[in-house]
Design a binder for this molecule. Structure first.
Ligand SMILES: [Zn+2]
Length: 253
């Protein structure tokens, strides 16, 4: 179960907390909040590889998900990579962006461990050296197949909620007005798909259902969610200075 839409929502929810105690100038807060949003979304892009592999070998495909991109190693790599970049370009912004990405990935890992009934390879790549690297809070639990399928269908509900939330923020802060009609269309499309896939979940043979839902999510809806998030950067960054952004929006009306 990918639940990218849900991770996106978690990013919006957590973004205030991330910068709450941060005594930094506004541009650095903005870089951090945008990094945090992307960090929440990025780990599940291992699914794009999984989906491609799924067409060949289903077991191998599943083993690719929740590995490297769901590890503390990946968090460290993001933070240190962007910190090094910050030193090289002599600007603090990439470092704050990198911290944001790391915190976002960390939030994603916790959400996956708590919610999705499956192990997360937090200490990847130690597993290759025979050291237990997976954390599974759901040991011994088997998700009923129908529930699993309904949760996968609910991914479209989560996308819809995320787009609605972005629309709402864009109105509040007066940002990205040109994208609002697209957000409304996206939200309705995702709601319709949620209902349709939920109905199919009861009726369709399980592996046909998985193929029919994971392929569009992996190759279309997930990349598109990332694309929308990047396009809505001004709106997401406006959350770094909510009072100021809202006042500016009122003034410009
Ligand atoms: Zn994940």
């Amino acid at each position: 179960v990918p639940q990218v839409g849900l991770h996106a929502g978690a990013g919006l929810l957590g973004s205030q907390a991330v910068i709450a105690g941060l005594a930094a100038p506004a541009p650095l807060k903005r870089a951090m909040i945008f990094g945090f949003m992307l960090g929440n979304l990025l780990p599940d892009f291992d699914l794009v590889a999984s989906v491609m592999m799924w067409l060949h070998d289903q077991t191998l495909a599943l083993s690719l998900h929740r590995g490297f991109t769901h590890s503390l190693f990946f968090c460290l790599l993001a933070a240190s990579g962007f910190s090094a970049g910050a030193v090289i370009v002599g600007d603090r912004e990439p470092r704050y962006f990198g911290f944001g990405v790391s915190l976002g990935v960390l939030t994603h890992l916790f959400a996956d461990m708590l919610l999705w009934f499956s192990p997360v390879d937090v200490l990847w790549p130690l597993g290759f050296f025979g050291i237990p690297s997976e954390i599974n809070l759901w040991e011994g639990w088997t998700t009923p197949p129908l529930l699993e399928r309904l949760l996968t269908a609910a991914e479209f509900g989560a996308f819809a909620l995320y787009y609605r939330w972005l629309w709402h923020l864009s109105v509040r802060y007066g940002t990205n007005p040109d994208l609002r009609p697209q957000l409304v269309r996206l939200e309705s499309t995702c709601l319709v798909l949620w209902v349709a896939y939920s109905a199919l979940a009861f009726d369709l043979n399980p592996s046909l259902f998985e193929g029919l839902i994971f392929v569009p999510i992996g190759v279309l809806f997930m990349p598109f969610c990332l694309y929308v998030t990047v396009r809505m950067r001004a709106t997401i960054e406006a959350m770094a200075t909510p009072a100021l952004s809202a006042a500016r929006a009122r003034y410009s009306r």
